[in-house]
Design a protein around this ligand. Structure first.
Ligand code: ADP
Ligand code: 3PG
Ligand code: MG
Length: 392
């Protein structure tokens, strides 16, 4: 599969480009905790600006269902300004026609950024009128948001009905690297899954049972699998609605060649994490505590599988890494994946935040996609890629 990229756009001088990026990054006390997703989109932004285009940049941040009802892209826009040494004005109320006048005034080689698009309800609905309105801002649509290309939203899919649609340089790189991993993976192929977005990751695990030789689990998603097996998980984060689905995965595993591994031991504390962390066996979690990381025995077990693997794909932290006391499992996985000789890909918003600088060079590809990367591995394409123009 090859898609037209920004290099195929014949004349960008003075043209307006609606550029979707995935700047959904981790924030710590309102500050950017990790700017990888911004840094990775800079080549596309610089290329378009250097050709004299006017950019309308769009991204989402967080989810409206989360805690902050008005999550602003301000810290993200500030970081982009620093990285690119150019002004980035945020445009609010851009769903109103009057915003178009402001957007029309953007000079050549300059850009504006639309406020958090996920908080406009029409976006998630892929509303046709909203998509058309977004398209009316520009001459071309460029998607560099690999990390959100699994979402059927207006700024990702809908807009492409109304404008010629091209891949950004990051999107192009992601497609090439991930295709290489799935087309002819060297075996054993190890998949490491952690994190908390259980509903979307669980169906992918089910599909990847056909592709991977070993799948190892950690993080909150592993809690759901332990609960599905019938073990007590106390007050851990468990997605009870997904327990049935986890059972389907167990059942399927018995009929497939691939193995699914769960933690042998876990690190626990009370719900408020006031109690000193303690290691217990997977089946001895007291009812008044919660699981926050994988234990040392599990790390050792996983480490051996990492050593044997020839292809490794990892998404999702093994524990509540934001608290350093529960980051050991994630750190251990990172260290061993970086040291292994396997072809390695690591992806995911939070997973990227956990990568220490000294390991970056040792990973073959650091993907900006988490859920998107997994769905791409499952299907070999994504809705946001499908709508881009095919290269000859
Ligand atoms: P990614 O962005 O890399 O795809 P997710 O968004 O799915 O990963 O999950 C990351 C989140 O999962 C982090 O905020 C982390 O604290 C949380 N998490 C991982 N393990 C646990 C656990 N045992 N209990 C609670 N939260 C956890
Ligand atoms: C991600 O962080 O995986 C992407 O930015 C997509 O975010 P979403 O799961 O909220 O759509
Ligand atoms: Mg995340």
């Amino acid at each position: 599969m090859r898609k037209k990229t920004i290099k195929d756009i014949p004349n960008l001088f003075g043209k307006k480009v609606f550029l979707t990026v995935d700047f959904n990054i981790s924030l710590e006390n309102g500050h950017v905790a990790n700017d990888t997703r911004i840094v990775e989109a800079i080549p596309t932004i610089k290329y378009l600006l250097s050709k004299g285009a006017k950019l309308i940049i769009s991204s989402h941040l967080g989810r409206p269902s989360g805690h902050d009802p008005n999550l602003t892209l301000k810290p993200v826009a500030n970081r982009l300004e620093q990285l690119i040494s150019k002004k980035v004005n945020l445009i609010d109320r851009y769903w109103e026609k009057s915003a178009l006048t402001k957007i029309n005034k953007v000079p050549k080689g300059e850009m504006v950024m639309l406020e958090n698009i996920r908080y406009v309800k029409e976006e998630e609905l892929n509303d046709r009128n909203f998509s058309k309105h977004l398209a009316s801002m520009a001459d071309y649509f460029v998607n560099d948001a690999f990390g959100t290309a699994h979402r059927v939203h207006s700024s990702i899919v809908g807009i492409a009905e109304f404008l010629p649609a091209f891949a950004g340089l990051l999107m192009d790189k992601e497609i090439r690297m991930l295709s290489e991993a799935i087309e002819k993976p060297k075996r054993p192929f190890l998949l490491i899954i952690g994190g908390a977005k259980t509903p979307e990751k669980i169906s992918v695990i089910e599909k990847l049972l056909d592709i991977a030789d070993n799948i190892i689990l950690g993080g909150a998603i592993a809690n759901t699998f332990l609960a599905a097996w019938g073990f007590g998980t106390g007050r851990s984060v468990v997605d009870y609605e997904m327990v049935e689905m986890a059972r389907v995965v167990f059942w399927k595993t018995t009929r497939k060649h691939s193995a699914l591994l769960l933690p042998l031991d876990v690190v626990i504390s009370d719900k408020d994490r006031k109690m000193k962390p303690q290691v217990v066996e997977y089946n001895k979690v007291p009812h008044h505590v919660a699981i926050f990381d994988i234990g040392p025995k599990t790390m050792k077990n996983y480490q051996e599988l990492i050593r044997e693997a020839k292809t490794i794909i990892w998404n999702g932290p093994m524990g509540l890494y934001e608290d350093p006391r529960f980051a050991k499992g994630t750190d251990s996985i990172l260290k061993h994946v970086a040291e292994s000789k396997a072809f390695s890909i690591i992806g995911g918003g939070d997973t990227l935040t956990t990568i220490k600088k000294e390991y970056v060079e040792k990973i073959d590809h650091i993907s900006t996609g988490g859920g998107a990367m997994l769905v791409f591995l499952e299907n070999g394409t994504l809705p946001g890629i499908e709508v881009l123009l095919d290269a000859k």
